[in-house]
Design a binder for this molecule. Structure first.
Ligand SMILES: Cc1cc2nc3c(=O)[nH]c(=O)nc-3n(C[C@H](O)[C@H](O)[C@H](O)COP(=O)(O)OP(=O)(O)OC[C@H]3O[C@@H](n4cnc5c(N)ncnc54)[C@H](O)[C@@H]3O)c2cc1C
Length: 386
């Protein structure tokens, strides 16, 4: 499927596709049947190759030794990595551009630049059980005590908590009438895992629940300046929502290709299954929705590269996240149907994506929350403001 794309995006698309095909995809079933975990030497090899290719530096400013690739190019990379199940592409850390606006020189040296080198790994502790989707209502607190802040709160679904070396911890500052992110090292006294539930997908990254009880961190671990509030977390949401769109496009493309190959091979009534119009309609609907999704995702990325108004960008990232994640779920459902019973086996890519893509309608803000953001943007700024 051809859509408009810069030559740089095409070049990186090929690099990422080769990496996904050669380093990740061959290990999917092995990961699926082993709780998501690959042998250490394969995980390490995949990580090292990703670092060599520059994937850890794609969103890092050139002034800090990064590649500072346009978002359009980053979308082209993540689209290809999205073709692979079991989150095998999460084998390298991602230093993102907003972190360079947010962090002090010391924080960059200790946390962010080592991420670019593959030496640090992060996890995000934002969500809480009470406020849930309502991130404006977070209850975790940070209270100043001398040269430290004292953090308290319970954080749910902390992805990669079992692998990460540090947390981004979002808290309210009741005494300062403010909110802020904090960088907190794993193992700091007062951090406890209170649950580690199993989820539908089979990933090496777990999503534990943490309790922070009187966790003392130096005040220098606070990110940004007074008044920054949730702004960096919102930057993170925009980036992730766009990349969920990219990965969902890659997943849908893989599903269509695999379902088509199967339908061409599978003989029913003496003819390939792909000759049945019922199957053709499922494939046609999937291709149509993928075309719309890819155009939308790349255009949203390009509009950010052009420097369009950040509020318009915020709404567009929600549009992409909403439409493309739901599209990929529909495509996965059709792919399972085309494969029949084979599509219900865990060794089948359609079965794995059917489970894995479901959470893209939930995390980084549910589909309902994306609709609220889009509707609020429409009501405030009108259609021309999006
Ligand atoms: C596997 C997994 C990994 C995750 N990883 C992380 C992570 O790394 N870090 C992190 O901080 N969080 C993480 N999350 C949390 C995720 O972002 C939240 O689950 C999500 O934002 C929804 O919050 P909730 O689960 O509390 O649902 P709730 O807020 O309880 O929502 C329940 C239902 O109500 C709907 N709803 C809620 N409010 C409204 C409203 N105002 N109008 C209409 N409908 C509404 C929701 O759409 C949903 O359908 C992860 C979640 C999962 C499942």
């Amino acid at each position: 499927m051809q859509i408009p794309m810069s030559s740089e995006a095409r070049r990186w698309q090929e690099i990422a596709r080769d990496y996904a095909d050669e380093y990740l995809q061959p290990h999917e079933v092995q990961a699926e049947l082993n709780d998501g975990v690959l042998p250490d030497e394969i995980t390490e090899r995949n990580k090292q190759r990703a670092i060599e290719l520059g994937f850890t530096a794609i969103d890092v400013p050139k002034s800090h030794g990064g590649l500072e690739l346009p978002l359009e190019v980053q979308v082209a990379i993540w689209e290809q990595l999205g073709r692979v199940t079991n989150a095998l592409s999460w084998c390298f850390p991602e230093a993102q551009s907003w972190m360079f606006d947010a962090c002090s020189a010391d924080q960059l040296d200790k946390y962010i630049l080592p991420m670019m080198r593959g030496e640090q790994k992060e996890c995000y502790a934002i969500t809480e059980s009470g406020p849930g989707s309502d991130v404006a209502g977070l209850e975790a607190t940070a209270v100043r005590g001398g040269d430290d802040y004292v953090l308290n709160g319970e954080k749910w679904y902390v992805t990669s908590g079992n692998l990460a070396k540090f947390f981004w911890f979002q808290a309210r500052l009741p005494e300062e009438d403010d909110e802020a992110l904090f960088l907190v090292d794993q193992g700091t006294a007062g951090i406890k895992i209170i649950a580690n539930p199993k989820f539908s997908h089979t990933y090496a990254s777990h999503h534990p629940t943490y309790r922070f009880e009187n966790v003392r961190v130096p005040a220098t671990q606070r990110v940004g300046k007074p008044g920054d509030g949730m702004s960096f977390t919102q930057s993170w949401f925009r980036h992730e929502r766009l990349m969920i769109g990219a990965r969902s496009c890659g997943a849908a493309a893989r599903l269509i290709e695999e379902a088509l190959a199967f339908a061409n091979e599978r003989m029913i009534d003496g003819a390939p299954l792909s000759e049945k119009q019922a199957i053709q309609f499922m494939l046609a609907d999937s291709v149509t929705e993928l075309y719309a999704s890819r155009l939308m995702t790349y255009e949203a990325a390009r509009s950010a590269d052009r420097g369009d108004d950040v509020k318009a960008q915020h709404a567009r990232c929600s549009i992409v996240k909403l439409y493309v994640s739901e599209m990929a779920n529909r495509v996965a459902d059709r792919a399972v149907q085309i494969f029949g019973g084979r599509g219900y086996m865990r060794e089948n890519v359609a079965e794995r994506f059917y489970r894995e893509l479901r959470v893209d309608r939930i995390w980084e803000g549910t589909s309902e929350i994306q609709r609220l953001i889009i509707a609020r943007s429409l009501l405030k700024r009108g259609l021309d403001g999006i």
